[in-house]
Design a protein around this ligand. Structure first.
Ligand SMILES: Nc1ncnc2c1ncn2[C@@H]1O[C@H](COP(=O)(O)OP(=O)(O)OP(=O)(O)O)[C@@H](O)[C@H]1O
Ligand SMILES: [Mg+2]
Length: 509
């Protein structure tokens, strides 16, 4: 007899759009166990979880849930039965408050009036489950950074009794501290007998959190097994079908003149007197906890947000400039690849080709007529260079998998002639193979004399690709490390330092 109760089983499940994207999936979920689901971008992970979560119907095969046939007609129906999922793309309503988003389908009311006080009281303990008790539950979600939004999305799905919880890339925007909080929650769910599916491209997380592993490749199961039997190298080769060199060489980089200088940037208490210099040929990393001011700094440099005071210098030789808009930043050869691909980056209903060429009209138009042939060739170049998985450049971006959407966003900016490229979470949701392609691309950019700033929640990634790492904590730049002097512990300690100083305790910040 099995130790663990069977919760859901899938037999021969497949999904076909214009082509098959999932084929003959057989899978069993047990109570109190975590199944890690991994595979390259476009392998079918989100499709599989959406089938369980009731968002899409399978083309073939069947499922049983608690011993009964299971074919949910909608996400709502699945949720009623106790199956919840945190989706890869955020689904919050930006114009509602945190508390309203958390309890959207069960707002406390008296005679039709929302009981605001009760709502706040309900929200606070839920926010505490993801360490956000310091935020005001009446804040609008649209005012939160995307990392905090991701935590709200997670918290929302932790409410109530569920039997199955699916987490699709829950940590893509989270730093180590938030990941730990989430893992503590997952342990509690396991103890209550919930069955979990955990999808991530961060392989070290999988080993930490999961009991079993399932690897998908091109919509096929290539392995389902006890995760302890596999090293991360073995998992990588199962995912991509070959061995991948995990080393990455930065020794050929040559630093040149300064190309960007930030002096005393201040904006409320979000950015406090920040100064830094970026050189040609350099990759400068920005580290810090969620909410430390990383994205705000990128947006301020790009003139997407106003600063209260401070001076920007750009060019070679450096010249003092006052930028009033992103358009002016672009005119000064600065590019920003944003972290919020859904909100600010991509036009989801438009094609891959249109999204790649957006803003690059000089390259694809002749006498201001859009040249469709050139647009197509431009898109094709990046489809092959970054391995964007799509059946064609004319396909709408919203039918691409999350990671492949990210690649489209990156390709748009690579096509511009810029001297300074600001990348905010460039490898968010991107598989190991494609991450490597992007790292190699960063090297190419530096070799052509550009300066690059990278914000990443993944500290190991920064330590792999950067020449220096500047650490933000509570809106201040607390320390800048160089390759010869950094350790993971020292960088983390710096990331926490601003908060400990202010309050003596992290959880009361
Ligand atoms: N509505 C759709 N129409 C056509 N093709 C689709 C649609 N939705 C998904 N696909 C395709 O199905 C395949 C699997 O996508 P899925 O989102 O499941 O991948 P994934 O494994 O979650 O990838 P990622 O790691 O990038 O999130 C992709 O090739 C994608 O382009
Ligand atoms: Mg996905």
């Amino acid at each position: 007899m099995a130790d663990y109760q069977e919760i859901l089983s899938m037999s021969g499940v497949g999904k076909t759009y214009s082509e098959p994207v999932l084929t003959n999936i057989n899978l069993t979920l047990y109570s109190g166990k975590v199944l890690a689901l991994t595979g390259e971008n476009g392998a079918g992970k989100s499709t599989l979880s959406k089938i369980i979560g009731g968002l899409i119907a399978p083309t073939t095969g069947s499922m049983t849930y608690l011993g009964q046939p299971y074919a949910p007609a909608s996400r709502k129906e699945a949720e009623k039965l106790g199956i919840r999922m945190v989706m890869q793309e955020l689904n919050l309503l930006p114009t509602l408050t945190i508390a309203e988003n958390l309890f959207l389908d069960r707002l406390p009311n008296r005679g039709g009036w929302i009981n605001r006080k009760r709502l706040r009281e309900m929200a606070i303990p839920v926010m505490a489950t993801v360490g956000l008790q310091a935020l005001d539950p009446d804040m609008l979600v649209g005012e939160l950074g995307i990392g905090h939004q991701q935590m709200i999305e997670i918290a929302r799905n932790l409410i109530g009794d569920s039997r199955i919880l699916i987490l699709d890339e829950p940590t893509a925007m989270l730093t180590s501290r938030e990941v730990e909080l989430l893992f503590a929650q997952i342990q509690q769910f396991k103890q209550r007998g919930v069955s979990l599916i955990y999808i991530s491209h961060r392989l070290d997380e999988l080993a930490q959190v999961a009991d079993e592993i399932m690897v998908l490749r091109d919509g096929n199961m290539v392995c389902t097994d006890d995760i302890r039997r596999y090293s991360s190298e073995q998992l990588v080769s199962l995912m991509v079908g070959r061995d991948l060199d995990s080393r990455f060489d930065v020794s050929a980089r040559r630093q040149g003149n300064p190309i960007l200088k930030v002096e005393h940037f201040t904006r409320g208490d979000v950015l406090q007197d920040i100064s830094l210099t970026l050189h040609r040929g350099e990759v400068l990393g920005i580290s810090g906890l969620v909410g430390a001011g990383r994205t705000e700094l990128m947006r301020a440099i790009f003139a997407a947000d106003r600063i209260d005071s401070g001076q920007l210098w750009v060019g070679d030789p450096l010249k003092a400039v006052t930028l009033r808009s992103p358009a002016e930043a672009i005119a000064h050869r600065i590019a920003l690849v944003t972290e919020d691909r859904k909100g600010e980056g991509l036009l989801l209903p438009l094609s891959v080709a249109a999204n790649t060429s957006l803003g690059n009209s000089d390259k694809i138009s002749r006498l201001s007529w859009l040249d469709a042939g050139r647009e197509q060739r431009l898109a094709q170049k990046y489809i092959s260079r970054l391995g964007i998985r799509t059946s064609g450049a004319q396909l709408a971006v919203d039918s691409l998998s999350g990671g492949n959407q990210q690649k489209v966003l990156i390709s748009r900016w690579l096509e511009r002639s810029c001297d300074v490229i600001l990348f905010d979470e460039p490898t968010r949701g991107i598989d190991v193979g494609a991450k490597r392609d992007i790292y190699l691309l960063l090297n190419e950019l530096t070799q052509s004399g550009k300066g690059v700033i990278v914000v990443s929640s993944d500290l190991r990634e920064l330590m792999l690709i950067c020449d220096r790492i500047a650490v933000l904590s509570a809106g201040k730049l607390v320390e800048t490390f160089t390759r010869d002097g950094w350790t993971q512990d020292a960088i983390l300690a710096a990331a926490f330092s601003g908060y400990q100083h202010a309050t003596g305790s992290l959880h009361n910040e």
